[in-house]
Design a protein around this ligand. Sequence first.
Ligand code: TYM
Length: 332
Amino acid sequence: MEQNKKTIFSGIQPSGKITLGNYLGALRNWPTFQDTYNAIYSVVDEHAITVRQNPAELRRQTLELYAQLIACGLDPEKSTIFIQSHVPQHAELSWVLNCYTMFGELSRMTQFKDKSAAHADNINGGLFTYPVLMAADILLYQADLVPVGEDQRQHVELARNIAQRFNGVYGEVFAMPEAYIPPVGARVMSLSEPEKKMSKSSENENSYILVMDPPEVIMRKFKRAVTDSEGGIYRSPEKPGVSNLIEIYAAVTGESPEKVEESFSGQGYGAFKPTVGEAVVEALRPIREETERLLKDKASLETLYRQGAEKAAAMAARTLRKVHKKVGFVSR
Ligand code: TYM
């Protein structure tokens, strides 16, 4: 690890396939940091079991997601890329931090409220304390910056509060992390209910685009995207569906949303929707193809994630040792 570089950390859950929202809000930005930061990225399988998973599926999805991170442009030579459960310090620090996190703070997490409503039959302790594990992920690496979509902002705020509280008692143990929310694509909305964020946990398959969706499926989903009857191509709170399509198109083409509005003004949805679909197909095609190629060589993937875990554990162990000492554990 180079001492003069700042550190960046982010994670993504292998619960189900990743969506265009995950890609635009998070993944796509990750490679841009790997030259200028100590960049550390994790497939957070321990987070995924807060809701019930099929074990074989979880294993498959974890590997697929690991391959996708590389297919999106992460270079295992430059970044540290690992599977969370391979680095036991996450769970260990999480326990300590649980004792420095208040019940009231966790009760205020909007994602906990949403998820416990969605999984009323399985409101387990892990679902409740999940933001503490996320804080441990971030604080273990002394991360300065945490690139996430808008929906994770509250969790990064909590990580800061926990760090502040701990540092307040024991001195400067943790760096103070800051969220990095991208200017476009931070909140990609559902294609069928554009008032809600695009989410893989939705019952309606037409509401989300998966990074691994074949082109014809992507085109079909965009053609069915919910819009409105007014007809104009511009952003407005009254036009959440069209606004979302404009944002998606801007994000994948690199144009500004204003420029997109200008160039499509006067055109109908009939032409606009497939144009957005085609742009998304072209943006995702190389990632899908590269992921498929990487998944054929399981042995190479295994070497990569093992090396990644080794690098991560060396960094994590330093912080954990310090924390254990501060709280008064006898050194091993
Ligand atoms: P997860 O796995 O739900 O999502 C991964 C990333 O994708 C972003 N995202 C979106 N961005 C834009 N539009 C959307 N519709 C959309 N849906 C998801 C998320 O904001 C996230 O950046 N708890 C985290 C994973 C995590 C983590 C961490 C992140 C665990 N530990 C430490 C940062 C640092 C999660 O469940 O993300």
